[in-house]
Design a protein around this ligand. Structure first.
Ligand code: C5P
Length: 227
């Protein structure tokens, strides 16, 4: 089986307060999405990367000049719909049922090729697949509408799910189709089929750039020699 990356980049990035889709915000001299794609391009075992854009996107060509990978303007209203559109596009391009797909958020622009390699090494011999993740270090609180603690959640077995998430095309397509827009990642949809994806530890630095203050932090971490 071959390996492919699928990058959903069709979100609007409302929480970022950036006034434009966050994947196009400049971080350390380049749009966020350009950093993400460069990290994936540095993984030789990936046969190809497919970027999923919104049909209205008019920024990609200027943001990632000379991009030589695959592109599809099939983004939907939710992340899951964007990924499903991308999976259908992979099928149209000849990717097979048993080929592996690594779905990676455009907004995780700090990705390091060595973390992707660790995921691939762990998942290739695995019957289900898996995801990069980080054990939770903080004590977790559930909050109420007034910003007060409603409950404390046992952190001992908790992991923060990251991406890439690596599953075979046929499985992840079946899983997301069954779960629909409610799936915020691929693993949760696979879990709903009764399967247990593998947790592969990466780094806290593989965070999803989301809030206004995240951009400056990502910019510092992207300085040469930092990560
Ligand atoms: O919204 P969230 O933070 O979960 O987005 C994670 C990734 O999914 C981002 O890279 C975003 O661009 C993408 N996304 C998408 N289509 C949507 C919503 C999010 O491709 N409708």
């Amino acid at each position: 089986p071959r390996l492919f990356a699928l990058v959903p980049a069709a979100g609007v990035g409302e929480r970022s307060g950036a006034g434009m889709p966050k994947q196009y915000v400049d971080i350390a001299g380049r749009p966020m999405l350009a950093h993400t794609l460069a990290a994936l391009a540095a993984v030789p075992r990936l046969a190809q990367t497919l970027v999923v854009l919104s049909p209205q996107d008019d920024r990609f060509e200027a943001a990632v000049p000379g991009y030589a990978g695959w592109l599809a303007r099939v983004g939907g209203a939710s992340r899951a719909e964007s990924v499903l559109g991308g999976l259908a596009e992979l099928r149209r391009r000849g990717v097979g049922e048993g080929d592996w797909v690594l779905v990676h958020d455009a907004a995780r622009c700090l990705l390091r090729p060595e973390w992707v390699d660790a995921l691939i090494d762990a998942c290739l011999p695995d019957a289900v697949g898996g995801l990069l993740a980080q054990p939770v270090a903080d004590t977790l609180k559930a909050g109420d509408a007034q910003g007060r603690v409603a409950a404390t959640i046992d952190r001992r077995d908790k992991w923060a799910a990251q991406t890439p998430q690596m599953f075979r095309l046929g499985l992840v397509e079946r899983a997301l189709t069954a779960m629909g827009a409610a799936a915020t990642d691929e693993a949760s949809a696979v879990e709903a089929l009764g399967l247990a994806p593998q947790l592969v530890r990466a780094s806290m630095a593989n965070f999803k750039v989301t809030w206004p203050e995240d951009f400056a932090l990502a910019g510092r971490l992207l300085q040469p020699g930092c990560l």
